[in-house]
Design a protein. Structure first.
Length: 354
């Protein structure tokens, strides 16, 4: 049996309902109708859902984690039966369907740790922040890292067009703003548009993303991807703020120009309060001759990298072909270098489950 969940019930409609919830959660599940069969398969799956009809027959089974007793109606003896089968949770359907879906979604996810989040912010509009975020994500995905690129600009950062996925009918932010609780990472991975190996979450959410949805989505992102790159706008909303708090590394792109450098000097301390590891990337050329060292001194951050303007890239991003723009040139070299300095660990269990 390779299912992630075992459903033990002789109640046909209950079994069907739980299989439906498993499908919604992206989990594979198997129904057994007899307590003897449930005892045989008891320890193997990540989750066991015990139907209330078989609870008495299964009393005294060996203790294990992740057991939920599922009933159709509350009754005074329910908690006694839950204790007898060693269940940690009781779910009364249909009201507790979300509890069951969360447990099923959790069982479908590979164990083995979380991925890394990286944020990219820019000190002025049009600095090339979105292109840098997309280029980092695309470079990592090309190198075999399971990667997600998230647009955290409430107005939409234009990534769909830049990556040429406008026509893809995968899920956008607007389809996720009602999310609450745990979102299945595998479900997220399957529903988002892709550019080659890279998944992307883009689009205008159609209003502010509620805190619960921002957390649910970003939490699923770090569980489902080895690397999540987030394009964070200059006035981050809840999605951007949550991403900054979650990120292992945040790159602040500052064009070597007087006003953006002064703006970055004011903003950097605020950002450094929010995010764990703030690193400076200096954009060149500089019309007034500011060197990366001068910018780094003003912003009071060491320069982690320098980004040279590349006219070829300007044309290719306008044409929705960033991928071609990364085959060679300064952006590719910068992304290779910046990613080599990010602690992307690849949990072995996630690799196997990919
Ligand atoms: N490294 C680069 N070399 C040349 N052109 C670039 C580079 N990066 C971005 N551009 C061009 O600059 C324009 C703005 O880029 P981008 O959308 O990445 O900026 P931004 O900082 O995200 O802007 P916004 O403030 O609107 O979010 C794009 O049209 C893109 O083609
Ligand atoms: Mg942008």
């Amino acid at each position: 049996m390779n299912s992630t969940a075992l459903i033990a019930t002789a109640d046909g409609p209950l079994g069907d309902d739980l299989l439906r919830l498993a499908a919604a959660a992206g989990a594979s599940a198997e129904v057994v109708r007899q307590s003897a069969a449930a005892r045989v398969g008891w320890r193997r799956p990540g989750l066991v859902l015990v139907g209330d009809d078989l609870a008495d027959d299964l009393a005294g089974v060996p203790h294990r984690s992740d057991v939920v007793l599922v009933a159709r109606a509350p009754d005074p003896d329910l908690y006694r039966r839950a204790v007898d089968v060693g269940a940690q949770q009781v779910a009364v359907l249909p009201a507790d369907e979300p509890v069951v879906v969360d447990a099923l979604a959790a069982s479908a996810e590979p164990a083995g740790g979380e991925g890394v989040m990286v944020c990219v912010c820019g000190a002025r509009g049009g600095a090339g922040t979105t292109v840098l975020a997309a280029a980092l994500a695309m470079t990592a995905a090309r190198d075999g890292t399971r990667t997600l690129l998230v647009d955290a600009d409430p107005l939409g950062g234009g990534l769909d067009q830049m990556l040429g996925v406008e026509e893809d009918d995968g899920v956008r932010w607007a389809g996720l703003t009602e999310r609450r609780g745990r979102l299945s990472a595998s479900l997220l991975r399957e529903s988002l548009p892709r550019v080659g190996a890279l998944s992307v979450l883009t689009g205008d959410p159609g209003g502010p993303v509620p805190e619960a949805a921002a957390s649910a989505v970003l939490d699923a992102a770090v569980r489902g991807y080895e690397l999540t790159v987030v394009d964070v706008p200059r006035r981050p909303d809840l999605v951007g703020q949550t991403a900054l708090r979650t990120a292992a590394v945040t790159f602040l792109l500052v064009p070597a120009e007087v006003r953006p450098t002064m703006a970055a000097a004011r903003w950097a301390p605020e950002l450094a309060e929010l995010t764990a590891d703030l690193r400076l990337v200096v954009g060149l050329p500089s019309p007034a001759g500011l060197t990366p060292d001068i910018v780094a001194e003003c912003v009071a951050l060491p320069a982690a990298g320098v980004l040279e303007r590349d006219e070829r890239l300007a044309v290719l991003t306008e044409d929705g072909d960033l991928e071609r723009g990364l085959r060679r040139g300064p952006m590719r070299a910068l992304c290779d270098y910046l990613l080599s300095e990010v602690p992307i660990s690849v949990p072995s269990v996630q690799r196997r489950a990919a």
